[in-house]
Structures are given as structure tokens and as C-alpha cells.
Ligand binder design. Structure first.
Ligand SMILES: Nc1nc2c(ncn2[C@@H]2O[C@@H]3COP(=O)(O)O[C@H]4[C@@H](O)[C@H](n5cnc6c(=O)[nH]c(N)nc65)O[C@@H]4COP(=O)(O)O[C@H]3[C@H]2O)c(=O)[nH]1
Length: 833
């Protein structure tokens, strides 16, 4: 080590040592940079870069050596053999190229080590060949250990330089690797120089082909620096070029990506276009789009088919007017299909604004209805859909018709009537015209329905509707309100005359018999008339007025018409009050039963009592059944009231002797309630009277309402053991048929006939007697009602009537009088005898 140090400090010119180090460092930077290029390159380019790197460092080692040799002052004049000098250069280049070549390969971690060894070998070869070329007049002695150390230093530092160069390929890596490589070369050189000792020997002469060291060294340093500088510039330029190339490649790659994306987008666009085409061509609606210049942009197949557009009109750019002209001239739309009409339509269309959403229905000549909905687009133009709404419109019209018409007669129903009436009443408010509102219902419709069945009832209603159409003018509106209720409204200028004439026409028309196939029936009608605005100026009020007039017409005897009068309103008011009072009466125990005895015609003995309702009104006093029973039936109050009668009368009868019967009146509404049989059973059970003591009186009116159902209930009651009596016999025309259909226990001859028995009018007397005789001949128990005189009683006895009832025996009495009456019964019997 000391030898090396003294060699460096004593035998070398330090300035030239620095120059040698500089040359070496520059060469190292160049070589490492080129080596990095070689790593980045492939195949042949890599080989070229390796060769250049080897040449650069080989040249650098060689130049360093000779510059350092210039600094060497061994004390004798030196020269260099040209051949060996050249050979040392070639060896350095070749071996360092080999070292770089090995190190640059991809095969494992040993590459830097192997490369370092070879480069170290290259440095040593160059040095010792160079020393061999040294021609001095003296003897050269070598120190083998330092030779060995110099070789190891070159190899180890060479390895370190390569390892760093491979690992760090940036500027810092380059610098570090260059420093290590410089150290490898320089440390080798000066260690090797420490190993040499030159002993002057003037007998030894230098060769003729020797180069002067100073010349050689300076020339080498100059050339080396310039070559290395150029190489460095080349490398840096190449780096920049490489970085630009990289950037360029990156741009190319980005462009290629962009191109790929563009191609993908184009494909996607194409796919979307196909999808869109498929979608618009499968739309239910016809679709078309026009631009701001009213030229066709796109349309679908449905649109083309709808208007039978030929291919030349389907091209993009076809003008809207050409398409419109085609639609009209080809007669696709209803109306005039001439060219003139088309032009007229087109100019009308041109005047229309195109910048608002619009919707219209076009009617096609073949009857189809197309809804055209137009939607403006931003930037001008519009898109329009054309939907065939024929079926939808038909269904809507059908539904509307069904909602406003009666299914059986196809007449307007209450809903439409109200709508039209509101409109008509509004017309009457302008003055000049009045509106006659006729409300009518059929007399005896229920009878037809019950006796001939519902199909016959339906046929009758249809026939009535047809007759109403025939006997009214075209301005009249006929409506069916439900059941057998109809209404007719019409404008009139003189209500008293025209409305009366219309009502009379209708009355007459409906009085005529109806032929219902197997049956011929006569019904008749009652009509109520109200006039708007006189009797009300809204549809509800006027309908109510007509209804009141109808009610009045019916209660005044059927088959008539009545005009509304304000008093009717009062009547209805009174009815409503009565109804309310009746409900209170039921709760407030204002009802009472009176009992009228019926007696045996033969013995004069009381055999039963008929229960008759009395109402003690707190303000009006005693109210008779004829006043409240019809209203109780209408309102349904008769059901709870009848139940009360049944329970009370049976309970009262339980106090009487067992041979005394109790007769109770039943009304139609009680039969419609399903509770009748259970109520009767309950009354019998709670009173404990025997069923045969109970007589239930039914009138023909009861039976006429749904006779089958009534007969079924009567049969159940009779099975219980209860006696059934037919009341008011002789007043109805169908009594006979009822008597055939049901085994009544008793027939009660109406008091109107009994009264005529003592009549001075022979005809009435004969008729009354015939009725009594007929009743008796039926073989049922016969009771004569309303016996007021001894004469009547005698005739009834003569005709064989079994039982009698009337004021002649007793008026209806409170329950409290019955016990006394029964005690005096023997007296009554004596009187009868
Ligand atoms: N002029 C005259 N009249 C006589 C004579 N004898 C009896 N009368 C009256 O004739 C009616 C007989 O009852 P109706 O024919 O069943 O006729 C009854 C019956 O249909 C009905 N009614 C009475 N009470 C009830 C009831 O509790 N339930 C039901 N559903 N109807 C009842 O009211 C109708 C009238 O009953 P009332 O006013 O009590 O009138 C009773 C009675 O007072 C007489 O000699 N001369």
C-alpha cells in the first residue's frame, strides 16, 4: 500500500493524474450511459450499443492509462511500442464489450458479477499490455502481490459499477456507476503502477517505432475527450430521442386507443341505430319527425303503412306538404280528395303554429280514427305520433252509452236525464221556452210481472219504451228511471196546453193493450207533470215536483195525470212529519189495540175479536189506521209495528176463554220481511195461546205482490195450525184464482157488500146477495163485516153466513172492556136470537 502511495505521490505529476482521472470519468459516464441504452434496446441494436459502450470504455481505459503514464516520472525517458500499444487498446475494447455483453443479458443475478470480472480482466489486459509496450532504458521489475491486488480491485469495482448501472438506470445511477467504474480503472492503474519498478540501464535502447509519451498522451487525451464527448452527446441526444420516441410511442398508443374507442363507439352507434330502428318499426304508433324546414327526417314503417306512402315519399327530405297532399288526394282521409281541396288544406295547415304541443283526431275514409299528437322539437321541427284509436274510441263510446242508458230499453237513464235536464233548464232561463217534465209509472205493472213472469215484464217495458218514442216529438227526451218509472222532458211554450196534450197522448198510448206474444195485457199509466222554471229551477227540485204530482195522480185514482201544485209540497211535508211522529209513537207507546168482536150468526155468541190499531197522537188526538197504515207500509215501519200488534194481541188473547179467537191484519210489507214466521211463532210461544185461536187476515193486495212467495209463507203459517182468512172478499177481481190456489180457512165478505144488503137499489142488493151466496157456496167459514142493522143480519143468516161482525154488535173497544163484554155475551146472544 505504501508502495502504491509513494508511487502516486512521488513518481507522478499530480496534474496529469487528475487529467487521467477526468478522462477516465468521462469515459465511464459515456460507457455507462451507452450500457443503459443497450439494456433498453433489443437484438442487433443492443449488440451495437454494447460494442460502442465497450469501445468507449476501452478507449477510456487506454487513454487514462497513457495520460497517467504521462504523469509517471520514473526518472528515465520512456517510449511506447506501437504494436503493443495498439494491441492493448483492442484488448481493452474487446474485453469490456464482452463484460457489458455478459452483464446486459437477462439470465440471472450472476450477470453483473461475470460482467465485472470480464471488465476487470479488460482493464488489467490493457494495463499490462500497455506496460509491456513501455520502452525504457532500464530494467522493469514487478511486484506480484500488487499485480494481483490491482486485478482484484479492477474486477470488484467493475462488478460494483455494473451492479449499480443495471439496478439504477437514471442519472444518479449513471453517475454512481461511472464513479465506481472510474475507481475500478484508476485504482487498478495506480496499484499496478505501484507494482512496477524501473531500474535505469543505459544499455537498453528504445525502439525506432517508439512514440514519445508526451505526444502520445496529449494526443490520446485530446482525441479521447473529443471522441468521448461526442459519444456522450450522442448518447444524450439518443436519450432525448428515446424519450421523445417514448413520448411519440405513447401518443401513438393513445391515438391507437382513441381510434379503438372511436371504432367501439361507431359499433355501439351502429348497434344503437339498429336497436332504435327495430324499436321505432315495432311501435304501435306511426312515428314521423320533420325538421325546421318541414322536411322529413325519419319515419317508421307503421307511419308509411298508415298513409300508404310510396318509397319516394319516405326519403329523408320529403316535404311535409307532399305527404299531406298524398293523404288527401289518395282519399285516405274523409272529405274532398281533389287537388284543390288538398291545396286548400295545405295552405290552412301552413298558417297553423307548429311550436306547441297539439293533438287532434283524423277520420279516415275507411272509418278509422287516428289520434295525431305533435310535439315541437328544440331548434325547430316536430315529432308526431299517429295512433289508431278506433277501437278505443268505440269502447269509450260504448262505455259512456252504457253508463248513460238503460240496458233493457236503451233509453237514457237517470244520469243522462239529469245532465240533459240541467242543460234544458239553463235554456229556459233565457226565457221564451219552458220545460215540461213528465214522470210516469205503469199501473198494474207489478201484477203483470208477478203473474206472467219477469220476461213478460221486460217485454212490456220495451214495448212501453217504443210507444213513448212513437207518441213524442223528436225534441223530447224519454228516460227510464228504473222499474216501471219513466220520464219524458220536452220544451213547451204553453205548458198548460202542450204539457197536458203530451200527457194525454202518453196516457192514451199506454192504455192500449200490449201484445206480449202469448199474452195480451192492458196496463195504463199515471203521470205527474212539473214545469221548469215555474216549479223549480234545478233538476233535483223539478224531479221532486214531478214525483209529487205523480204521487197525487196515483192517490187520486190511477190512469190520470196531474200538474204539480205547491200544496203537494205541503202534503209531502205533512207526510214526512207523520212519518217522524210514527217512529216516535212506536218508541213512546202511543199505539193501542182496540178489539171488535165477531159473533156466531146462529147463536149470537162472541167467538173472537179482531185487533184494530189505534194511535193516540199527543197533539192530533186519535188517529185512525186509514191515515197512518198506508204510510207505515210505504216506509217499512209496518214491520216493527205489525210485530208489536202480533205480540200484544196474542198476549191479550191469552187472558180470554180458550174458545175465543184473535184475528190480526197482516200487510204486504210484513210478508216481504223474512221475519214474519219467526215473529208469529214467537208471539204464540210467549203468549202460550193455541195456534188455532190465531187468525191472520190477508187481503188480495198482500197476495198480488209476489204471490208464490206469499203462498209459501201462508203455507208455513197454516202448518203451524194458524188459521188464514181472506179479507175484503169481493173487492178484487182475482179472488177466485187465489181461492183455488190456497186453502183459506175463512172468507171475510167486504163491508161494502154487507152495507148494500139493506139497499133500496134492487141491483145493488142483488149483487151484494150474490156475493154473499157465492162466498158461502165456497164451503169455507164465512164472516160478514160491517153489519150495522138487524135486516142485514137476517139476510146473512138466511144466506147461511156463519159469522158476523159490525157496529150492530159492537164497535172496536179497548182491551179493558173485553172482560165485561164477555160476561154480557149471553145477553148479546139473546139479542141475536
Ligand atoms: N162503517 C163501519 N165500519 C166498521 C163496522 N164494523 C167494523 N168497522 C171497521 O171496519 C174495519 C175493519 O177492519 P179491516 O177491514 O181489517 O180494515 C182495517 C185494516 O185493514 C187496517 N188495520 C187496522 N188495524 C190494523 C193492524 O193492526 N194491522 C194492519 N196491517 N192493518 C190494520 O185498517 C183498516 C181499517 O181499520 P179501522 O179503521 O179500525 O176499521 C175497522 C173497523 O172499525 C161497521 O159496522 N161499519
Amino acid at each position: 500500500m505504501f508502495r502504491v502511495f509513494s508511487c502516486l505521490t512521488v513518481e507522478h505529476d499530480f496534474r496529469l493524474v487528475v487529467l487521467a482521472g477526468l478522462v477516465c470519468f468521462v469515459a465511464s459516464i459515456v460507457a455507462v450511459s451507452i450500457f443503459h441504452r443497450a439494456i433498453a434496446a433489443r437484438a442487433r441494436t443492443r449488440l451495437i450499443w454494447i460494442a460502442i459502450a465497450g469501445a468507449a470504455i476501452g478507449y477510456g481505459i487506454w487513454a487514462t492509462h497513457f495520460v497517467a503514464m504521462l504523469a509517471y516520472e520514473p526518472g528515465v525517458t520512456t517510449g511506447y511500442g506501437i504494436v503493443l500499444t495498439a494491441l492493448s487498446l483492442a484488448t481493452a475494447m474487446l474485453l469490456t464489450s464482452g463484460g457489458f455483453g455478459v452483464a446486459v443479458g437477462d439470465s440471472g443475478r450472476w450477470r453483473a458479477a461475470a460482467g465485472g470480472v470480464i471488465i476487470g480482466g479488460g482493464i488489467a489486459s490493457m494495463h499490462y499490455l500497455g506496460m509491456w509496450a513501455l520502452e525504457v532504458p532500464g530494467r522493469v521489475a514487478w511486484s506480484l502481490d500488487l499485480i494481483f491486488v490491482s486485478i482484484i480491485l479492477g474486477m470488484c469495482l467493475g462488478y460494483a459499477a455494473l451492479a449499480v448501472a443495471i439496478r439504477y438506470q437514471n442519472y444518479r445511477g449513471t453517475l454512481a456507476a461511472a464513479v465506481l467504474l472510474t475507481l475500478a480503472i484508476v485504482s487498478h492503474h495506480f496499484t499496478a503502477m505501484g507494482a512496477v519498478q524501473i531500474m535505469p540501464d543505459p544499455t537498453r535502447a528504445t525502439g525506432a517505432l517508439s512514440l514519445s509519451p508526451a505526444v502520445l498522451a496529449l494526443a490520446i487525451a485530446g482525441v479521447a475527450l473529443s471522441v468521448l464527448g461526442m459519444s456522450l452527446i450522442g448518447v444524450l441526444a439518443d436519450r432525448r430521442l428515446a424519450s421523445r420516441t417514448a413520448k411519440f410511442e405513447e401518443i401513438i398508443s393513445q391515438l391507437s386507443d382513441a381510434r379503438q374507442q372511436l371504432e367501439d363507439s361507431q359499433q355501439e352507434l351502429q348497434d344503437q341505430t339498429v336497436r332504435l330502428d327495430t324499436a321505432i318499426n315495432h311501435m304501435v304508433e306511426g312515428l314521423c319527425m320533420f325538421d325546421a324546414e318541414k322536411r322529413l327526417v325519419v319515419c317508421n314503417e307503421r307511419y308509411a303503412r298508415l298513409y300508404r306512402l310510396p318509397p319516394e315519399l319516405l326519403r329523408t327530405g320529403t316535404s311535409h306538404t307532399d305527404i299531406i297532399r298524398h293523404r288527401i288526394v289518395k282519399g285516405i282521409l274523409t272529405g274532398d280528395s281533389s287537388e284543390g281541396a288538398a291545396e286548400q288544406f295545405i295552405s290552412k295547415l301552413a298558417a297553423l303554429p307548429f311550436d306547441a304541443v297539439s293533438s287532434r283526431i283524423d277520420e279516415f275514409a275507411d272509418g278509422r280514427l287516428i289520434r295525431v299528437t305533435r310535439q315541437p322539437m328544440t331548434g325547430g321541427g316536430w315529432v308526431a305520433t299517429h295512433l289508431d284509436v278506433t277501437e278505443q274510441r268505440r269502447s269509450e263510446a260504448k262505455i259512456t252509452h252504457m253508463a248513460q242508458h238503460d240496458a233493457l230499453t236503451d233509453l237514457p237513464n237517470r244520469v243522462l236525464l239529469r245532465e240533459r235536464m240541467e242543460h234544458a233548464i239553463a235554456v229556459t232561463r233565457n226565457g221564451g221556452l219552458d220545460l215540461a217534465v213528465l214522470m210516469l209509472d205503469l199501473d198494474r205493472f207489478k201484477e203483470v210481472n208477478d203473474t206472467l213472469g219477469h220476461p213478460a215484464g221486460d217485454s212490456l217495458l220495451r214495448a212501453v219504451a217504443a210507444r213513448l218514442r212513437e207518441c213524442t216529438t223528436e225534441t223530447a227526451l224519454i228516460a227510464r228511471l228504473g222499474g216501471d218509472e219513466f220520464a219524458v222532458i220536452d220544451y213547451v211554450t204553453n205548458p198548460a196546453v202542450e204539457a197536458a196534450a203530451l200527457a194525454e197522448n202518453i196516457r192514451k198510448a199506454l192504455c192500449e193493450p200490449f201484445d206480449l206474444g202469448d199474452h195480451r195485457v192492458t196496463v195504463g199509466t199515471s203521470i205527474g207533470i212539473a214545469i221548469a222554471p215555474r216549479d223549480g229551477n234545478d233538476s233535483d227540485v223539478i224531479m221532486k215536483s214531478a214525483d209529487l204530482a205523480l204521487y197525487s195522480a196515483k192517490s187520486g185514482g190511477r190512469g190520470a195525470f196531474r200538474f204539480f201544485e205547491p200544496e203537494l209540497d205541503e202534503l209531502m211535508h205533512a207526510r214526512r212529519n207523520l212519518e217522524r211522529d210514527m217512529r216516535d209513537a212506536l218508541a213512546g207507546r202511543q199505539f193501542e189495540l182496540h178489539y171488535q168482536p165477531f159473533v156466531s150468526a146462529a147463536t149470537g155468541k162472541t167467538i173472537g175479536f179482531e185487533a184494530l190499531l189505534r194511535w193516540h197522537h199527543p197533539q192530533r188526538g186519535l188517529v185512525l189506521p186509514s191515515e197512518f197504515i198506508p204510510l207505515a207500509e210505504e216506509t217499512g215501519l209496518i214491520v216493527p209495528l205489525g210485530e208489536w200488534v202480533l205480540r200484544t194481541a196474542c198476549a191479550e188473547a191469552a187472558k180470554w176463554p180458550a174458545y175465543v179467537r184473535i184475528a190480526i191484519n197482516l200487510s204486504p210489507a210484513q210478508f216481504r220481511s223474512t221475519e214474519l214466521v219467526p215473529v208469529v211463532v214467537g208471539a204464540l210461544a210467549s203468549s202460550g195461546i193455541a195456534p188455532h185461536r190465531l187468525e191472520l187476515e190477508v187481503t188480495e193486495t198482500v197476495i198480488m205482490h209476489d204471490s208464490d212467495a206469499v203462498f209459501a209463507v201462508l203455507a208455513q203459517l197454516r202448518e203451524l195450525g194458524v188459521r188464514i182468512a181472506l179479507d175484503d172478499f169481493g173487492t178484487g177481481y182475482s179472488s177466485l184464482s187465489f181461492l183455488q190456489r190456497f186453502p183459506f180457512d175463512k172468507v171475510k165478505i167486504d163491508r161494502s157488500f154487507v152495507g148494500e144488503l139493506s139497499s133500496a137499489r134492487a141491483e145493488a142488493h142483488h149483487l151484494a146477495r150474490a156475493v154473499v151466496r157465492f162466498a158461502v157456496s165456497l164451503g169455507k167459514t164465512t164472516t160478514a163485516e160491517g153489519v150495522e142493522t138487524k135486516e142485514q143480519l137476517d139476510i146473512l143468516r138466511e144466506e147461511g153466513c156463519a159469522e158476523t161482525q159490525g157496529y150492530y154488535f159492537s164497535r172496536p173497544m179497548p182491551a179493558s172492556d173485553i172482560a165485561t163484554m164477555l160476561r154480557e155475551d149471553s145477553g148479546a146472544a139473546i139479542r141475536a136470537a
